[in-house]
Design a protein around this ligand. Structure first.
Ligand code: C2E
Ligand code: CA
Ligand code: CA
Length: 803
């Protein structure tokens, strides 16, 4: 904003005003030189106006946004100095025309004090100005030499023009004051030049500082010219000096204001040497010639010789300066090369080599910066869903090419001020700065859509979905913590299946904490043998004879009592503990089933089913693990069925591969909770499924003649059409069982037939079937005696394997 203004703004009306006032003042001075044409009071209006304009110009420079704070302070102090001059001029005008004996050029002590105060404030402002160059070193030495040259020359000039003729001044009452202010102004000029030469300009605009030096020099010169006006009491030195000084001052302030946004002026294309000492030599040489011209031929010749000699020396010096400058340029070039190399190294330290994206370090730096700037910021962690499989299948070269394309796509989805980073492997991150939560969600969706498009790598069209977690920064956010939150959100997204997005919320932290606790407890429970299995019979309709059983895990907690799987399977999956726990379950189930087989014979075609989590399926070598469990326990593969949910195999990735291998072993596969998950019918073509387990939610409404009937009936048609078995889950009433049979269901499971039972009871049931005895006579006690207290038991409790 400030930079725009700096480009657009021309010279301000203040400069034009000051120029007009100066011209009017000079005109007034000219016309009143010999004779007072107009009232003396009018003449004072012009210097006053010019000083007032300068005050305003300095204040404006002092309050312009985009100017360095030190420069603003300098100009505010400058404005105060100009204001003091305004007051001094009022006082001066009063001295000149308002007192008895007027008009006079004499000034009072009060006026003098005010002028001096104005100049001291200016000096003070200059002294406080910070420089850019470091103190000490060669700069300082050169500065002292230059300053000496300037002081000697000003001294000589002053002596030659003014002090030498001090007698001429004696007549005017103003003499002391004029000398004092001249000396002060000259000091301002010298100090300004010194500042320029040694300290660099730093905050203040270089051109403005040059103009200030000129303003001071104009003031000093005007002061020195005061004696010339001694014979013209109607006019005052102030009519000439003040408007001119103030005009240049106003120009300086205006130049500063227009430089807003630029940080000083770049020092390129500068002369390799300072003009200051040579200007001093030239002035002094000029003085020498002027002085000796009057003294006589001999002296003049010597002087000319001396001047010529200094000229030669100066030229020689300048040529040396250019030689040195050439050398310095070469040094500069080397320096630039070094800087470039250093820049490259810095780039490497902050960027990912493969994709050119920011790395974790740079991302954290940018987060820190955004937080420090108080900008709203969101961090998104992105994990590619199927990268590992692609990398394993097609090799690293293809994998790398894929990552580069994915990185480019992300970059195309965000603005330049955002950061796209690769944190390693297939993990990416975005830093979105200065946008609202809603906009962040939009960006997230856009990135998701972009990554869902197939990626063409070599001859392959690859599909890589992405899971994303988003966390918003808070005031004083720590990058590590922010990234941790985004990571937590990303895992929550992954848990919901692939291609999902989740936003961090404190509940995730609470869950992570309780998961960690539960995870530790589970590990211990596994070691201490606190788990056991119950088996719920699966029956054939309509008679209700058992044809298998589903293994269901229970946790007998020493303090909390019996815990149902719903309370711990989720945490076991999130903490990964489901892998060892699941292994134990599989082995235990196979062991029990093998016992039944050996104990009661193998004439009945029953099967045992075991629930398998998605996490277990993704575990490399899972099929081999199943094979091993079968071998170790001696259970034929045909007696085992694994139950997996639709969500677990929906990704069509490693899970399906594992299922195919398991299926190849001869193990049956059931889709659990069918109809509640993703329910993609395409899944049934790609996944080796044998049985559909129709979810309880469809069975619940089946007697009401509602939509559930339509669905349940459609599902059995589907199963028949695909030659799959169908088991209706959660059958609780005889009416449900009847209805299901009518619809064509041959298999069912539910409390109406049997609750989950201890292994021995199921073994007996199966043995009874083998004996071909009528089930109701052999099965004895109803489900509630199974030892499992269950609030979900139906009223009255259906007889075990009723009908
Ligand atoms: P699921 O696989 O759908 O198992 C069926 C659940 O429904 C079991 O609950 C069972 O006791 C209950 N159920 C059976 N018939 C009825 C009925 O007529 N009415 C009602 N209201 N409920 C009935 P459970 O044993 O609490 O298991 C809950 C879930 O925990 C299971 O759902 C399964 O997803 C998971 N789970 C249980 N055991 C294991 C295991 O060994 N491994 C894994 N990975 N998950 C398991
Ligand atoms: Ca199940
Ligand atoms: Ca189920």
């Amino acid at each position: 904003m400030a930079e725009d203004r700096a480009v657009d703004a021309g010279p301000s009306p203040l400069v034009a005003g000051s120029l007009a006032v100066t011209l009017l003042s000079l005109t007034w001075l000219g016309t009143n030189w010999f004779h007072p044409w107009s009232p003396s009071l009018l003449g004072w209006v012009f210097p006053l106006l010019s000083a007032a304009i300068a005050t305003v110009a300095a204040r404006r420079a002092g309050t312009t946004v985009g100017i360095a704070p030190a420069a603003r302070r300098f100009w505010r102090t400058g404005g105060a100095a100009a204001l003091l001059i305004v007051v001094a001029l009022l006082s001066n005008a009063w001295d000149a025309v308002g007192t008895p004996g007027a008009p006079t050029q004499a000034i009072s002590g009060r006026t003098l004090g005010l002028y001096v105060a104005g100049m001291i404030v200016t000096l003070w402002a200059l002294l406080r100005l910070p420089g850019t160059a470091r103190p000490g070193g060669p700069h300082r030495g050169r500065f002292l030499l230059d300053a000496s040259a300037v002081v000697i020359t000003t001294g000589l000039l002053g002596w030659h023009v003014a002090f030498r003729n001090i007698d001429d001044w004696a007549g005017t009452a103003a003499s002391g004051a004029t000398v004092l202010s001249t000396v002060l102004l000259a000091s301002v000029a010298v100090l300004t030049l010194m500042k320029l030469a040694v300290a660099g300009v730093g905050a203040v605009d270089r051109r403005a500082l040059h103009l200030l030096a000129i303003a001071a020099a104009v003031g000093a010169a005007g002061g020195a010219a005061a004696p010339l006006m001694a014979g013209h009491p109607h006019v005052s030195d102030a009519h000439l000096t003040v408007p001119l000084t103030m005009l240049v001052f106003t120009l300086a302030a205006d130049s500063q204001r227009r430089a807003a946004g630029r940080n000083g002026t770049p020092a390129t294309g500068r002369r390799p040497f300072s003009l200051v000492p040579y200007a001093a030599v030239a002035v002094t040489d000029g003085l020498l010639l002027a002085a000796t011209a009057r003294a006589g031929d001999g002296a003049l010749v010597v002087a000319i010789g001396a001047v010529a000699l200094t000229g030669v020396v100066v030229v020689r010096q300048i040529s040396a300066a250019y030689d040195i400058a050439g050398l310095l340029r070469r040094v500069d070039a080397t320096d630039r090369e070094l800087r470039a190399v250093r820049g490259q190294l810095a780039h490497q330290a902050h960027h990912d080599e493969l994709t050119g994206l920011a790395n974790r370090r740079l991302l954290e730096e940018r987060i820190r910066q955004a937080v420090a700037d108080g900008l709203p910021a969101s961090v998104v962690l992105i994990d590619l869903d199927d990268f590992k499989a692609i990398n394993d299948r097609l090799g690293h070269v293809m994998g790398d090419a894929l990552l580069v394309i994915v990185g480019d796509r992300m970059r195309a989805c965000v603005r330049v001020e955002d950061t796209v980073a690769r944190l390693g492997g297939d993990e990416f991150a975005l830093l979105l700065v200065g946008i609202s939560a809603i906009d962040a969600d939009t960006v997230l969706r856009r990135v998701g859509t972009a990554l869902d498009e197939p990626v063409r790598v070599g001859p392959h069209d690859l599909l890589v979905g992405s899971s994303m977690g988003l966390a918003d920064a808070w005031r004083g956010a720590d990058p590590t913590e922010l990234l941790r939150r985004a990571d937590l959100a990303m895992y929550a997204a992954k848990e919901q299946g692939k291609g999902r997005q989740a936003r961090y919320e404190p509940a995730l932290d609470a869950r992570a904490a309780s998961d960690a606790q539960l995870g530790a407890d589970l590990r211990q429970a596994l070691e201490r043998g606190e788990f056991h299995l119950l088996f719920q019979p699966v029956v054939r309709l309509p008679e209700g004879r058992p044809v298998g059983a589903e293994a269901l895990v229970r946790w007998q907690h020493p303090e909390r009592g019996l815990i149902r799987p719903d309370a711990f399977i989720g945490a076991a999956e999130r903490t990964g503990l489901i892998v060892p726990l699941g292994a134990w379950i599989l082995r235990e189930a196979c062991t029990r089933a093998a016992e039944w087989l050996h104990g009661y014979g193998a004439t009945q075609p029953w099967r045992i089913s075991v629930n398998i989590s998605a996490r277990q399926l993704r575990e490399p070598g899972f099929a081999a693990h199943v094979d091993e469990a079968l071998r170790a326990t001696g259970l034929p593969a045909g007696r085992l069925m694994v139950e997996v949910t639709e969500t677990a195999v929906f990704d069509n990735g490693p899970a399906v591969e594992a299922l195919t291998q398991i299926s190849d072993l001869g193990v049956a596969v059931a889709l659990d909770d069918f109809g509640t998950g993703h329910s993609s019918l395409g899944l049934l073509r790609t996944t080796p499924v044998n049985v559909l387990k129709v979810d309880k939610s469809f069975v619940d409404g089946i007697t009401g003649g509602s939509e559930e009937v339509v669905i349940a009936s459609a599902m059995i048609r589907l199963a028949e059409g695909l030659h799959l078995g169908a088991v209706a889950e959660g059958v609780e009433t005889p009416a449900q069982a009847d209805r299901l049979h009518e619809l064509g269901y041959g298999l069912a499971q539910g409390y109406y037939f049997a609750r989950p039972l201890p292994a021995a009871r199921v073994g007996e049931l199966l043995a009874a079937e083998a004996d071909r005895q009528p089930a109701r006579h052999r099965t004895g006690p109803p489900a509630r005696r199974s030892g499992e207290p269950d609030a979900r038991a139906p009223a009255g409790s259906a007889p075990l394997l009723a009908r």
